[in-house]
Ligand binder design. Sequence first.
Ligand SMILES: Nc1ncnc2c1ncn2[C@@H]1O[C@H](COP(=O)(O)OP(=O)(O)O)[C@@H](O)[C@H]1O
Ligand SMILES: [Mg+2]
Length: 339
Amino acid sequence: MSTNPKSGTQNNNGHSDVALDVRDLRVHYKTPEGDVIAVNGISFKVYKGELVGLVGESGCGKTTAAMGILRLVQPPGRIMGGRVMLDGDMDIINLGNKELRRARWTQIALVPQGAMNSLNPTMRVKDQIKDAIETHEGRQSKAVLKERTLDLLALVGLPSRTFNMYPHELSGGMKQRVCIAMAIVLNPILVIADEPTSALDVIVQRVVAQTMLDIKKRLGVSMIMIGHDMGLMAQMVDRVAVMYAGNLVEIAPVRAAMKAPMHPYTQLLIESIPSIKERKPLKLTEGLTHDLRNPPPGCIFQFRCPHVAETCRTQKPPMLEIQTRHGVACHLYKPEETA
Ligand SMILES: Nc1ncnc2c1ncn2[C@@H]1O[C@H](COP(=O)(O)OP(=O)(O)O)[C@@H](O)[C@H]1O
Ligand SMILES: [Mg+2]
């Protein structure tokens, strides 16, 4: 898989405007029946201050990709290759363990899938946030801790009384916002939130999504938000990245993705967003057509693609930046079209 060398733009100060540059990241799970190829060489960038929505059906490798980016993949999972460049020149994949520990939270932070259910039930919110701060910055005075924590709570839209509360006294949305507060506590460059709105009711989903947007605006932090609700994503993200069976098939500015999706899988995903105005039959057939242990040669989407051609059976389409910040991995689009 290749990335377009032209896309690594520099701003006027000579600093890169790229917060995260993932290059050919591969993650396998070792099983007795062979390797599950959960992330099959994905490449993409997240620009500074940008919110990228990572979508794709359950099991397509979104969580594994996030864990790969943070180098938190647990056995039997293993990172098989690739680079994860943070803020220009820090390669997460090749950092020493000490530097890696420092980079997590201070540079790149995670709101894990199901985070709100893993808050410590015996600790008040203030003590959980204190722990997060002191683990990385050492002991702090009580007054400083209180001020920072109250600021953080306000930033995620929680009332100050949350400070003294226990997790069981909070609603799901409030718990999720505590987890988001803990992720941004050290002002990271990038936050990855894995399905932060799943398991919440639709109203609360929107409140949590809005919280993420507020934080992005106020702190200028870059974000990857994993989810499968295309409708919600469309309203909040700057770009949408679409995964299918371990592969990134398209990454596009959200308007382009909604109005003129290029990859046939993205087209099916967009068509499947329910609409009241226009009731349409569902085109998408569910489920994978191959075993992740045994991906076919050629394009990963060939078995479900309405446009499948001979080349698609033999050659894997590279990810090409067809338009500015719009990449697609599909033989329907040729490199000559690159402007
Ligand atoms: N510990 C594991 N052992 C084997 N396969 C795994 C393991 N964890 C995840 N997988 C497989 O990796 C693929 C990607 O999983 P995951 O990253 O959780 O997908 P998503 O977050 O998109 O739902 C799935 O097919 C899943 O079954
Ligand atoms: Mg997941």
